[in-house]
Structure formats: C-alpha cells, structure tokens
Design a protein around this ligand. Sequence first.
Ligand SMILES: NC(=O)c1ccc[n+]([C@@H]2O[C@H](COP(=O)([O-])OP(=O)(O)OC[C@H]3O[C@@H](n4cnc5c(N)ncnc54)[C@H](OP(=O)(O)O)[C@@H]3O)[C@@H](O)[C@H]2O)c1
Length: 316
Amino acid sequence: MSWTADDVPDQRGRTVVVTGANSGLGLETTREIARNGATVLMATRSTERGEDAARDVREDVPDADLRVEECDLANLESVRSFADRLADEPIDVLINNAGVMAIPRSETDDGFEAQFGINHLGHVALTGLLLETLATDEGDPARVVTVSSGIHERGEIDFDDLQGEEAYDKWDAYAQSKLANVLFAYELERRFLTAGMNAESMAVHPGYANTQLQFRGPEQSGSRLRMAAMKLMNTVVAQSAEMGALPTLYAATAPGAEGGAYYGPGGLLYMRGAPERQASSDRSYDEETARRLWAVSEALTGVSYDLPEPKGEVSA
Ligand SMILES: NC(=O)c1ccc[n+]([C@@H]2O[C@H](COP(=O)([O-])OP(=O)(O)OC[C@H]3O[C@@H](n4cnc5c(N)ncnc54)[C@H](OP(=O)(O)O)[C@@H]3O)[C@@H](O)[C@H]2O)c1
C-alpha cells in the first residue's frame, strides 16, 4: 500500500473532531481533512493557538470549514463543556490525537498524573461524552481513531500505581499511557460490536515524526542537553509531520480501514513511510486488562459509557 494524502476521499458533508489540532500531527490531519471538504472542529486547549493554526490551514485551503473550540484534556470540566457544546452536531469521526510525552511528573486539574490523565483519561471521558453525538444512524459507520505510539510495546499497565505516585519514570508513564490508548481503542471496538452500533474504533501510530512533542519534556525539565539531542534526532531521523499524519488520515477516511485495526508507517523500523495495517503488542490484545482499565477509567473520570460489556468471544 502506498497510500498518500492525495488518496483522502471526498469529505464533504462530514464533521470531524480533532484533539490537539493546533500542532504537529493534529494540524496536518486537520489540513488534509479540511482540504477534502469536511467541517473540522479543532479541539485545542488554547483557542488562541487554535485560531493561529486555523489561519495557517486557511493559507493553504482558503475555503476550509474550521471551527476552533476549547477542550483542555487536563480538565474534565473543560471536556464536559466542549462535549455539551457539540451535543446537537452529528460527528462522523472523532480523532483522539492530543498528547504529551515524557514530561516531569505533574498533575491535571483533576489530580491525575498528566500523561495518563491527558493522553488516556481525557480521551476516554471525551469519547464517552460524545458517544450519543456520533453519527451512527445510517450510512458509513462513525469512526473513533485513537493515536498511540510504537512505544506502547514497552508499556505495562501498573494497576497498583497507575498515577506514578510511588515511583515515576517519565518514559514508563508515557509508554503506559500509549498502551492504554490501544487497549481502549480495541475495547471500544468490541463494545461497538456487542452493541451492534454503526461505529468503528481503531488505533494508529505515526512512527517518528518531527513535531513539538519531543520538546515538551526537555522544556519542562530545563534539560538543554536533551533538547539538543531531540533537535538532532528530529532533523536526522524523523519523517515530516505530514507523513506522520498519514496513518491517522487513513484510519479516519479510507474506505478500506477496519474497526479494531492498528495502522502505522510500514517503512524503516516502522518509523517512517506509508501507512499499513500492523500488529500491536501482545499486551494490547489482553481483553482482561482492557476490561479492567475500562472500569478504572470510567470510575476515575466519572464518565460511564452506555455500552454493554463484551460477552464471550468478540474479537476486535
Ligand atoms: N511525533 C511523533 O513522533 C509521535 C510518535 C508517537 C506518537 N505520537 C503521538 O501523536 C500525537 C500528536 O503529537 P504530535 O507529535 O503532533 O505533538 P505536538 O506537536 O506536541 O502536538 C500535541 C498536541 O496535543 C495538545 N495537547 C497537549 N496537552 C493537551 C491538553 N491538556 N489538552 C488538549 N490538548 C493538549 C497540544 O496542544 P498545545 O500546543 O496547546 O500544547 C498539541 O496540539 C500524540 O498523542 C503523541 O503521543 C507522536
């Protein structure tokens, strides 16, 4: 498969929500989906940065149909208020893209460790609150695309210390949050299937793409050495943000994309290249872990899904 952004089909009449739409992969995803005619709701934690990004997209796509909405995934009240504002708009695709990586330990406004709280719990809450807004009545299934990372393969869900209160390692916490993304995406697909809902859930990873992601950790810890190393790596090794957005664009728009799948770049070390279907880690397919994480996430966020628990063999 050598799928490119030129293969994104006509999106006219569709509404797509992108979290973290103002930077990196979210911005490129927004640009290509808007170029093909969808209304894109740019969910950003800063509306100022969101409007700047919308201007950037409009320079390329003058008739882009964009709306910037505040949605801070580190604040459940902000997530609820965003979902309330969307209550009457059928959403064809929700792209859970926003994220932070390898930052020093901090907490969200609700007291969750930030990487677990923003990358995983914020998106669990958002998806649950938008469930009834998904366009599932007729036609193509609604899609929920959750952006993970290849690093999920070294992740483990530490149920005894989910929030890194006893021991915190910034990379372990990131890997845990990204494994949680894949476990969530697969469990959501199983629940859609069990409910017979006209919706699909898939996970993606972008390989290694040159974005702001790599600089947040060094910025916050003040590590000039790590900042310099990241700059070098991003220049020499990373692919562009445009390329990194392709697995997301494929999962969100390609007619052939399938619920329960995991898509990522198929080139060198799975860090670059055109998107393809891949296998995720063995742990990510563990249904017991997925169910337990689902229950814990519902309890922590206070957002309960109106979806039945999968019974017996329902493979995503
Ligand atoms: N780039 C890569 O190589 C790579 C590799 C693997 C996985 N990923 C994943 O790709 C996704 C996108 O990252 P990126 O590379 O595009 O990084 P990026 O350029 O840093 O963009 C991250 C986006 O997330 C937003 N965000 C951060 N905290 C938020 C919060 N509390 N609420 C709402 N939005 C928040 C950021 O907003 P602000 O601009 O306001 O901070 C920004 O829009 C992430 O999930 C990341 O884990 C990226």
